[in-house]
Design a protein around this ligand. Structure first.
Ligand code: ARG
Length: 457
């Protein structure tokens, strides 16, 4: 295929160099955005009298047929083309002759590609947000079913204080709700049209960039043409948001893997989201969660790949920037694949509250409540804390737990102890009485569910 720029060259491009230079395998997925951008551009050229209205309409019609032809499988994207922009233009020229060659007036691939990526990411952002919402909805479902499932809350992965399973997984709901706002914020900053920046310096034609921007649903135009073509901050921001999502999913995965182990057995993943072993007949592995945890590294890698590509790049466009799409597309695909698997995995998982409760009964997770009991009866908290520490040591010595020590044994430590202590340190009371806002008590859990339900509305 002859290059658009062949005029200046005496020789054809080396075959290997041609392949190396090509980005169509990656950017072909932006065909719709490329055509949409071109339609807006053609409309502007017509409106401004840069080409005639009739020419503008013909180009727009031909572009919409090209779009339909691709979408309905009548036109294959030719991988011999350098990129999707060149491909669409060459088909247009094949179909319209010289008129097709007028489309690229007052435009460069530099502003064209900058528009295409924005349009593409704007659509993907909507999809990713809706996938996050599905996951939040699965979390809400599990939370509602497990408001009474008492389990140990951990710090340092040591049993710390009793909480409910609902409270624990709602924490992930909160993280994910922030992830939505991170994406929305990034999209807000991204949503300015660089179209009309042309190669880097703008153009001598009397264009109307605002018209194009409005047609394409942008909130405005980028005000500096050099910045317009060389800015990829929006990719970085979105990839940082995606990395944060993956970090959250990876922590959630880690807990799911732990909880599924025989050492915990707080949950059992549904058979449809687990795999067996090729040799050990007893195995049921949390492969999906492990893969999500593993793929987190890829998404971080994509972010760092692009940050590194952009580091030290002089203005304006440099071919290095063609690497942006491999990074951002991989990041988009991975985060979508992970969210798609995560939501049904969480939704179908079976909780085993009995095992959670048994685990909560060991490990003195009501010790704080015992200290609070003494403190509420007038003992300074630090002294109460020390006294309970001594009682715990005694329990460990006697191989028993706080709930089983007799009142006589308690009285040996402090005269403040009365019979009501047993109710005070029951796991149910420990949870119920944590009424502080945002705590594990029922009312707070209900508030959290309501908040998340509003988030996904
Ligand atoms: N395929 C190129 C990219 O993705 C399009 C822009 C090319 N511009 C240029 N001046 N070579 O970055």
């Amino acid at each position: 295929m002859e290059k658009m720029w062949a005029g200046r060259f005496a020789k054809a491009l080396d075959k290997k160099a041609d392949d190396f230079n090509s980005s169509i395998a990656t950017d072909k997925r932006m065909y719709r955005q490329d055509i949409t951008g071109s339609m807006a551009h053609a409309a502007m050229l017509g409106k401004q009298g840069i080409i005639s209205e009739e020419e503008s309409e013909k180009i727009i019609d031909a572009l919409s047929v090209i779009l339909e032809d691709i979408e309905e499988g009548r036109l294959d994207i030719d991988l011999e083309a350098e990129d999707i922009h060149m491909f669409v233009e060459s088909v247009l020229t094949k179909r319209l002759g010289d008129l097709g060659k007028k489309l690229h007036t007052a435009r460069s691939r530099n502003d064209q590609v900058a528009v295409d990526i924005r349009l593409y990411l704007r659509d993907e952002a909507v999809e990713i947000i809706s996938l996050i919402k599905k996951l939040i909805s699965a979390i809400i479902l599990q939370a509602k079913e497990n408001t009474n499932a008492i389990m140990p809350g951990y710090t340092h992965l040591q049993r710390a204080q009793p909480i409910t399973f609902a409270h624990q997984i709602l924490a992930y709901g909160m993280m994910l709700s922030r992830d939505i706002t991170r994406i929305e914020d990034a999209v807000k900053r991204m949503n300015y049209s660089p179209l009309g920046s042309c190669a880097l310096a703008g153009t001598t034609y009397d264009t109307d960039r605002y018209f194009e921007a409005e047609k394409l649903g942008f909130s405005g135009i980028t005000l500096n043409s050099i910045d317009g073509v060389s800015d990829r901050d929006f990719c970085i921001e979105l990839m940082a948001a995606f990395s944060t999502i993956m970090m959250h999913l990876s922590r959630f995965s880690e807990e799911i893997i732990l909880w599924s182990s025989w050492e915990f057995k707080f949950i059992e993943l549904d058979d449809s989201f687990t795999t067996g072993s090729s040799i050990m007949p007893q195995k049921k592995n949390s492969d999906m969660a492990e893969l999500v945890r593993g793929k987190t590294g890829r998404v971080y890698g994509d972010l760092f790949a692009l940050l590194t590509t952009l580091k030290g790049l002089p203005l304006a466009y440099n071919k290095d920037m063609q690497e942006d799409k491999d990074a951002i597309f991989d990041s988009v695909d991975t985060v979508k694949a992970c969210l798609e698997i995560f939501a049904p995995m969480v939704e179908t998982m079976h909780t085993i509250p009995e095992n959670m409760y048994n685990a909560a009964g060991k490990g003195f997770i009501n010790a704080t409540d015992l200290a609070d009991y003494l403190a509420k009866k007038g003992m300074p908290f630090r002294t109460a804390y020390k006294t309970v520490g001594e009682i715990v040591a005694e329990c460990i010595d006697k191989n028993t737990v706080l709930d089983k020590l007799t009142l006589k044994e308690y009285k040996a430590h402090s005269e403040l102890f009365e019979d009501d202590l047993y109710n005070e340190i029951s796991l149910e009371t420990c949870v119920e009485k944590r009424i502080s806002a945002g705590g594990t008590g029922k009312a707070s859990v209900m508030t959290q569910i309501e908040y998340l339900e509003n988030t996904i509305k």
